[in-house]
Write a new protein. Structure first.
Length: 67
């Protein structure tokens, strides 16, 4: 089992979380964690930032209409 210290909303403080035995085959990298103090469960997820491709074109300033 892997252990991490995270903020627990139920305990209202930093607590030790552990990954339960994972049936999905994640092993110690399982995104499901359980607070060892109160049993609250959390799912930790990592989102990858999208790839942004820059072109050589410049953005044209907005044109203002005369009032």
């Amino acid at each position: 089992m892997s252990h991490r210290e995270l903020y627990c909303d139920v305990c209202e403080g930093v607590a030790l979380f552990e990954a339960p035995p994972c049936v999905d085959g994640h092993g110690t990298d399982c995104p499901e964690l359980i607070c060892v103090d109160c049993g609250a469960a959390v799912v930790v997820s990592v989102f990858a930032a999208p790839v942004i491709r820059l072109t050589g074109r410049r953005r044209q300033p907005a044109r203002r209409h005369a009032a």
